[in-house]
Design a protein around this ligand. Sequence first.
Ligand SMILES: [Zn+2]
Length: 230
Amino acid sequence: MWYNPAHIMHAKVIPINPTLSQLNALTSKIDASNGPGACWEWRGTLVKRYGVLQVDKKRHKAHRLALVWLGGERDSSNGVLSVLHSCDNPKCCNPEHLRFGTHQENMVEMKRRNRSNFVIALNTPSRVKNIPRGDEHYSRAHPEKLARGDDHGMRKNPSRASRGSHRYNAVLTEDLVRDIKQRITKGEKRSEIALALGVKPRSITNVLSGGWKHVPWPEGSPLPLKESNE
Ligand SMILES: [Zn+2]
């Protein structure tokens, strides 16, 4: 049996004995006007196509609450089990259309119904096996289709590339880099600069070795050593 650990960690156990006002909060947003056998659609807030309701300061999925509170099912799985829709209508809160199932079952069902567009980016072993490798890999089979050199997005739309402090893993900022480049130009040592600015020496190396091109070197700087052809 395979469970998504994140799924368990964020699992919220539904209170077993709802108060009358909690029950009302749920039922007042469920549209059961089409009869007992029809889909009872949630008319409240939706998150990722599923109804949600706040109970005791915790946000629960509406259909999950419906299965437990209206369908009388007991969630004894400590939140591990998913609630599956037999009707494939995420908004539906008719307990007749709901049942507990494993997360895995849910994934299998989703895939079968082709609504897995927002899940499963997992490299399951079979997927790993099916990745074309070597000469069959896309980059070798169709090298002409890859954006290289001047066709690459970084050159075509340089303004759209994420640079400097906008990079997700950026340590330095443009101001720091300006300072670093000035100090390097004045002849300060890497370790001195790192100490003075409270950054790691390797961040200085990063600037020295050609990173942060968009922050210009000051006049009279010996760097960059290799003139780029831009
Ligand atoms: Zn339904």
